[in-house]
Design a binder for this molecule. Structure first.
Ligand code: ADP
Length: 631
């Protein structure tokens, strides 16, 4: 019966050691998310920064516009003034000059500009609001090199930033032609202070600058940036600047970084470095900035604001870190969930395998149990049959033993009859004599005869008793049996026969010395068999001697040897086979030895035969010794 292999296969335990590829992928994803988060946050921050800066720029532009344009119309109105027109016509008249000066002084004092003055066609200052300032009065100054003069003379409104020549005070100049009819006779100019703007920088809350039409920084919240060119100036511009002394002959430096004047609304990112800006207590402008600006169209200027990118980047970094941590957490969570699912899967798999193995085992056990039950039933049946057979055999054997016994008895009958005949004859004679003596009244002789008769009857009884015992059909029950006793009984029964055959019996057994564990009756039967066979074998021998010895044998057994001086064992004879005999028909059945060996083996002993070196055969009976403690 072939059984399917049913060994349960447990899945290999998977270690929870981190897979380097998964770790690398995790780190990559975390890095990408962090980077993406950084960029998104930075973008968002910059957008906010732009919007915010845009608002501030608008606010500042409005402030600049307010400060500058509030007085821009003043020069146009000056030509309407009588005193001014007078001085244009009579420049040498001290009275008209004074009147004009006083008018301009009043007007200037009223509106709060730096100065208001008029120049003639040649560019010489005729009257000025600061006429009475002994050190820095404009009166008599030749301003023909100034652009605002040239513009005014050309009939246009002139306006630009410039640094004052007398006090080097920066200001915004607005000029307007003074006409007498169609002819331009002079130019009226107002110089507006830009000092108020310094306070307005606060509105921006970040470094900022204003560059004029030449790209030169004229105003800035960072003093170092003032009078620097955002980009290298072309030669003709430099010549113009020189000619018009816009920046009062001061050197125009380079702005720390290049600013793209054509930048779009998204602005430009620049990196400032500390070396270009000595440390100052007010603000530290090293770092990255988002620059963007807007034109102040009417003034021809450009306003630039520098928004610090550090807070944006710090925030972006914070967001990136947060995104990375959150991603890491989510990934870990996913990993844990995946791991858990895998473990549950493994457990289910193992459970299924276990159930399968269990089912296989159960069916196997059921099959085996059935096979065992069948075998058991068969064995029981066989045992019963065997027991029955054994019983039958034992019964047959007992019958056989009994039959053999009776056969022996039959053969002994002649001898026994002879034994009994003699005392019987004597008894008859003695009883006849007793009757005669009684008639004669010789009672003492009668008594003597009757005594002899009684003794003879006892003798006859002693002859018959062993026969009765031998003939008894008794079951074989092992018990301590004295070998000398059994040998004695056998010899007694065969006594006649042995004597008749003239056989010398040497019996070396001693009573009470060799006690075997067997059935006395059966043992006697075996001995009678062996002694009879010996006697038969010595029938034709010249010297007839039967030697019986007993003593301890191998392995705690007791051995009894019956040796004769007869013909010896037949060659190739299967002595112990049933029905083997060399005796003529009617004398031997060939069962004696077979039954004898059977009887002896039943008690755990054995029977073997051998030829004696000096001639004759020896039968050795081996029997277990009776246990010492048994009675
Ligand atoms: P049976 O006596 O009826 O022949 P046994 O089984 O007793 O049957 O003996 C079988 C045979 O063994 C005898 O016929 C005889 O040939 C042989 N045999 C037995 N005892 C002796 C002996 N002492 N010497 C020689 N031969 C023997």
């Amino acid at each position: 019966m072939s059984e399917p292999s049913s060994a349960p296969q447990t899945p290999p335990s998977r270690q929870l050691s981190p897979n380097p590829f998964i770790v690398a992928a995790f780190l990559l994803v975390i890095g990408l998310i962090g980077f993406g988060g950084y960029r998104a946050s930075e973008y968002q921050g910059m957008q906010t920064l732009r919007t915010d800066a845009g608002h501030r720029l608008d606010l500042f532009a409005a402030a600049v516009d307010g400060i500058v344009n509030r007085y821009a119309h003043i020069p146009a109105t000056i030509q309407l003034n009588e005193e001014v027109l007078n001085v244009m016509h009579k420049p040498r008249s001290a009275a008209s000059v004074l009147a004009a000066n006083r008018f301009l002084q009043r007007l200037n004092g009223h509106i709060g500009s730096i100065a208001i003055f008029v120049v003639d066609e040649r560019g010489i200052v005729l009257a000025s609001s600061n006429w009475d300032h002994p050190d820095d009065s404009f009166i008599g100054e030749d301003l023909s090199f100034r652009s605002y003069y040239l513009d005014g003379l050309a009939g246009r409104v002139g306006r630009h930033f410039a640094i004052g020549i007398t006090r080097s005070e920066p200001g915004y100049f607005v000029s307007h032609p003074i006409r007498d009819g169609e002819r331009v006779v002079g130019v009226a100019v107002i110089k507006i202070s830009l000092g108020q703007l310094d306070k307005a920088w606060e509105l921006l809350g970040a470094p900022a600058l204003i560059a004029d039409g030449n790209g030169v920084v004229i105003l800035s919240s960072v003093p170092e940036w003032r009078y620097t060119a955002l980009n290298p100036l072309p030669l003709d511009t430099l010549v113009d600047i020189k000619m018009s002394r816009l920046y009062n002959d001061g050197l125009i430096g380079d702005f720390p970084v290049r600013i793209d004047e054509a930048m779009g609304p998204e602005g430009q990112i620049v990196h400032m470095n500390l070396r270009q800006h000595p440390p100052r207590s007010r603000q530290d402008i090293a770092g990255s900035y988002l620059v963007h600006g807007r034109p102040l169209t009417e003034l021809g200027w450009r306003l630039q604001i520098f928004s610090d990118l550090r807070p944006v980047r710090a925030q972006a970094f914070g967001h990136a870190a947060l995104a990375s941590v959150a991603t890491g957490f989510v990934l870990l969570l996913l990993l844990v969930v995946a791991q858990r699912r895998r473990i549950i899967g493994q457990k289910l798999e193992a459970k299924t395998l276990l159930e399968q193995a269990n089912a296989q085992l159960e069916s196997k056990v059921a099959r085996r149990t059935k096979a065992l039950t069948d075998t058991n039933a068969r064995l029981r049946k066989e045992v019963t049959e065997r027991l029955q057979a054994e019983q039958t055999l034992r019964a047959a054997q007992d019958e056989l033993v009994q039959a053999a016994k009776l056969a022996v008895l039959g053969q002994l009958a002649a001898g026994i009859t002879h034994e009994l005949a003699q005392p019987l004859g004597a008894m008859r004679t003695l009883s006849g004599n007793a009757i005669e003596f009684m008639k004669r009244g010789n009672l003492p002789t009668v008594e003597q005869n009757l005594g002899i008769i009684a003794r003879l009857a006892d003798q006859m009884g002693r002859i018959i008793t062993p026969l009765k015992t031998f003939a008894r059909k008794s079951p074989a029950i092992p018990a301590p049996a004295d070998l000398a006793h059994a040998v004695g009984a056998a010899l007694f029964l065969l006594d006649q026969r042995l004597a008749k055959a003239d056989i010398t019996v040497i019996n070396r057994c001693e009573a009470g010395r060799d006690i075997a564990w067997c059935d006395q009756n059966r043992l006697e039967q075996v001995l009678i068999n062996l002694i009879r066979n010996a006697a038969d074998a010595m029938a034709d021998a010249a010297h007839r001697e039967l030697l019986i010895e007993a003593g301890p044998g191998e392995a705690g057994n007791i051995e009894l040897s019956i040796a004769d001086s007869g013909s010896g064992l037949p060659e190739n004879g299967q002595l112990f086979e049933p029905f083997f005999t060399t005796k003529p028909a009617g004398e031997g059945l060939g069962l004696g030895l077979a039954i004898s060996r059977d009887i002896v083996r039943e008690f755990g002993g054995d029977l073997r035969a051998e030829n004696r070196p000096a001639g004759g055969a020896r039968f050795i009976l081996q029997l277990p010794a009776a246990p010492k403690e048994k009675p």
